[in-house]
Design a protein around this ligand. Structure first.
Ligand code: SF4
Length: 368
């Protein structure tokens, strides 16, 4: 049996912080290594969160070395190498250079279980490493395994094995129904996600145990573990749970999630920032740029300094244009209108509804 490392990346966002707290509370027996990758351009609240978390965990959160020369700012070093070319949706070199490559170097060829804080109310896959020695686990979701594991496990050619894995378990009254579902092949009339959801509804623990048996027959890192306590985990955690975990632990919710009131042309509303990450991140919405300008003007002007030689953070407008007072008014008005259209949704004290929709967009490495 090879040794398996258990790691958890702290992005500075609420979900990974809550996951670290959750894992410590529920699985203290797992020797988890916590790490973070600092782009050198985070908001102060992010650094505060990491410090609070270190105090809570009683353990260092290892800062991945991005550059061998620690006196250099990682983002500024790479932007020079890219001749001022700003990262964006099409070329997201920042995530690759500042997050993924340092992480892959950190784990090397070791077998690694990487815990990822994607919530049970999110419909997205997390980062799945191209390296076979890294396996992602999602403790907040009903299905804690990654998409690649699910596809292999539920593949039609694996039906006889799945049958055998389940046969070793005590399935009680559900046995007949479970075997009926296992035997039904995936087809255009019966998708993988339908099959998965029915099996999970029939028993999350049973599904986890069967997958764990299956993984023993593979090269995935979990095949090397004699036991894995999360197979008995049936929790499903959503946004409100995350805020509750952060508040109850005393670690706290980063300031930038909290709604701040503003007024435009006699109308009042609130805005906030929906994610962690670099203060100039191109994933942020225009109202978040306005928030940055009004709440942290120093950072906004620093972001502006990167816009040269025709490169801009936002595709269709420069920050110099966005910051004109009539433009800010318009962005706020449009934002209020969009928000009003979503009035039926429950309000959160931290995140604006309008921002919630966009929260899942972006980079799993940067924001979870
Ligand atoms: S937060 Fe945004 S700008 Fe910063 S590294 Fe991540 S994707 Fe790039």
């Amino acid at each position: 049996m090879r040794r398996v490392r258990h790691v958890l990346g702290i992005s500075g966002g609420k979900d990974s912080a809550a996951l670290a707290i959750y894992m410590r509370e529920n699985y203290p027996e797992l020797d988890i290594e916590y790490y973070t990758s600092d782009t050198g351009k985070e908001l102060e609240a992010t650094y505060n969160l990491i410090e609070n978390l270190e105090n809570y965990l009683g353990k260092e959160i290892y800062k991945l070395p991005v550059l061998s020369d620690e006196s250099l700012n990682p983002f500024d070093h790479f932007i020079k190498m890219y001749n001022g070319y700003l990262p964006g949706n099409i070329s997201r070199w920042c995530t690759k250079k500042l997050k993924l490559e340092p992480f892959e170097k950190y784990v090397g060829d070791d077998l690694v279980i990487s815990y990822v804080g994607i919530r049970g109310d999110e419909d997205r896959e997390g980062y799945i490493s191209r390296k076979s020695n890294i396996q992602s686990i999602f403790p907040f979701r009903k299905n804690m395994f990654s998409e690649d594991v699910t596809t292999k496990f539920l593949g039609n050619n694996n039906i006889p094995n799945v049958f055998n894995f389940y046969a070793t378990l005590d399935l009680g009254e559900k046995k007949e129904r479970i075997f009926e579902v296992i035997n039904e092949e995936i087809s255009i009339n019966f998708s993988q996600s339908q099959k998965l959801n029915i099996l999970l509804d029939l028993g999350v623990k049973e599904y986890n145990h069967a997958v764990f048996h299956f993984l023993k027959t593979t090269d995935y890192p979990l095949s090397q573990e004699v036991e894995f306590p999360l197979v008995d985990n049936e929790d499903l955690l959503v946004r409100d749970d995350i805020f509750r975990i952060l508040e109850d632990s005393g670690v706290g919710v980063p300031e930038y999630y909290k709604a701040i009131e503003f007024e435009v042309n006699g109308k009042k509303s609130t805005y906030a920032r929906s994610r962690s990450g670099c203060f100039f991140c191109f994933y942020q919405q225009k109202i978040e740029w306005v928030w940055l300008y009004e709440q942290h003007p120093d950072l906004f002007f620093k972001a502006m300094e990167y816009e040269k030689d025709g490169y801009t953070w936002i595709q269709d407008e420069s920050l110099a244009e966005l910051v004109k007072s009539e433009r800010i008014e318009k962005i706020k008005e449009e934002y209020i209108k969009r928000k009003e259209r979503k009035q039926s949704k429950a309000q959160s004290p931290y995140l604006l509804d309008i921002l919630e929709d966009a929260e899942g967009e972006g980079c799993a490495s940067c924001f979870i």
